[in-house]
Design a protein around this ligand. Structure first.
Ligand code: AMP
Length: 215
């Protein structure tokens, strides 16, 4: 399974990716997570990336392409992977195709998770993530039993810097201008599979498995 996940910020791509991983044991490659790890580690790359991320803009293609190029060559990616948050524009999609061609691989599908624009804002401003295990909650739709505490491991929940209102607006603009056109790019290749990303996480996951032909 070699999947690209398409969908606006807040569509629930990461949540569905985590469920696919639990069940199908392929790695998730989230460029957002890789960049946040570099920011947290204070590397040169992380420092450069942070200035773009805080503004809700895309990090330069060269940075992201280098990271993904390294990652998909690793041993655990031989059995497949889920690309989450990458590609984000046509240039990245073209470069990904080139990388895959060199490795003799192609994409199984581009899964689009569709959520009405009005819902995205609430999803993003309400999002909280566990510092310890990465589990995600939403204070409006999927609140933790105890405020600020992870149900799964008891870790502390936090709000991502780029989930603040101003940055979110910018991220959604950037999505519409740069990432949404990828639907056309993968549509031409005939590999787009779409699901409605509203309803319960488990119901959405069922639909995801159905459109991907998974049991
Ligand atoms: P995400 O967690 O996928 O929403 O990503 C958070 C932020 O990281 C984005 O707003 C961008 O600044 C940056 N980012 C993540 N993935 C990419 C990518 N493929 N290309 C450029 N910037 C990215």
């Amino acid at each position: 399974m070699r999947l690209v996940l398409l969908g606006a910020p807040g569509a629930g791509k990461g949540t569905q990716a985590k469920k696919l991983i639990e069940q199908y044991h392929v790695p998730q490659i989230s460029t957002g997570d890789l960049l946040r790890a570099a920011v947290a580690a204070g590397t040169t790359l992380g420092k450069e990336a942070k200035s773009y991320m805080d503004k809700g803009e895309l990090v330069p293609d060269s940075v992201v392409l280098g990271m993904v190029g390294e990652r998909i060559k690793q041993e655990d990616c031989k059995k497949g992977y889920i690309l989450d948050g990458f590609p984000r524009n046509t240039k990245q999609a073209e470069e990904l195709d080139k990388m895959l061609a060199v490795l003799g691989m192609s994409l199984t599908a581009a899964l689009s998770v569709d959520v009405p624009f009005e819902d995205l804002m609430k999803r993003l401003t309400g999002r909280r993530t566990c510092k310890a295990c990465g589990q995600m909650f939403n204070i409006y739709f999927n609140a933790p039993k105890k405020e600020g505490v992870c149900d799964k491991c008891g870790g502390e929940l936090f709000q991502r810097d780029d989930d603040k209102e101003e940055t979110i607006k910018k991220r959604l603009e950037v999505y519409n201008a740069q990432t949404a056109p990828l639907m056309g790019y993968y549509g031409k290749k005939g590999i787009v599979k779409s699901v409605q990303g509203t309803g319960s996480i488990d119901d959405i996951f069922k639909k995801v498995c159905e459109v991907l032909g998974l049991k």
